[in-house]
Design a protein around this ligand. Sequence first.
Ligand SMILES: C[S@@+](CC[C@H](N)C(=O)[O-])C[C@H]1O[C@@H](n2cnc3c(N)ncnc32)[C@H](O)[C@@H]1O
Length: 248
Amino acid sequence: MTGDQGNSPSAAQSDHWERQIYGRGRQLNRYPYQGVVAAVMRRFADANWVERRSIRILDVGCGAGNTVWFLAREGFSAHGIDGSPTAIDHARKLLAGEGYDADFRVGRLDALPWPTSSFQAVIDRAAVSHNARSIVERAIEEIARVLDRGGLLYSHMFSTADTHVSGGHPLGDGSYNHFRGTPYDEEGTMFFVSPRDIEALFGEYFAIVDLQHVLRRDALGGTVRASWEITATRNNKMSPQPTQPDGG
Ligand SMILES: C[S@@+](CC[C@H](N)C(=O)[O-])C[C@H]1O[C@@H](n2cnc3c(N)ncnc32)[C@H](O)[C@@H]1O
């Protein structure tokens, strides 16, 4: 049982992470990624500890709670969602064990269970990009919906410049699965984003304020792992409709 709803591709991807990864004790990441820390602190470092309590930050695809742990330690109102009950259980125990408070939910990235304009920032560290294109599109609309106008989005997405793309089975929409002989062999479906996709995916609801194309060349093997680190601000356009009627 995954706690996820239905047989959608989104549910299938959550099920993959639950069974193949977290259910086997893998990828229980302990510390937040550098890009996440930099994006959050660049925007909110000046907020004092009292102000931080009312800055609501959501980590979508929060996994085992590494980013939410960082947010809670820094005094923010910390929220996380993931399709894997095992990951969320781990995250809840991690934070409770250190006396931190956070709101964790098991659920889908393309059907966020919060009302419109609930957050001042949303973090996506390699979670949305772990889905087929239609789910990626819907998840970005959901992020736009729950984010306040002017709010911060930090998104880490896989790039088409990654040489391991060729080790996957193409699904025809820019996403791939069944990787062989790559660092992604366990990771289910992955969507690789081109420069044109960035405009198509984010252009409607966001203004991109910083865009880093991060290429890591393996000096021994010659392969390249490539990703985008996208920092964007929610524009003033009216929010899209929720996937579920009340956003919950
Ligand atoms: C690569 S892990 C990243 C975990 C965490 N953000 C980190 O940086 O350590 C991708 C996460 O996204 C979650 N995920 C992917 N697609 C999802 C979906 N459609 N609905 C809910 N969770 C999803 C997975 O369960 C997994 O925890």
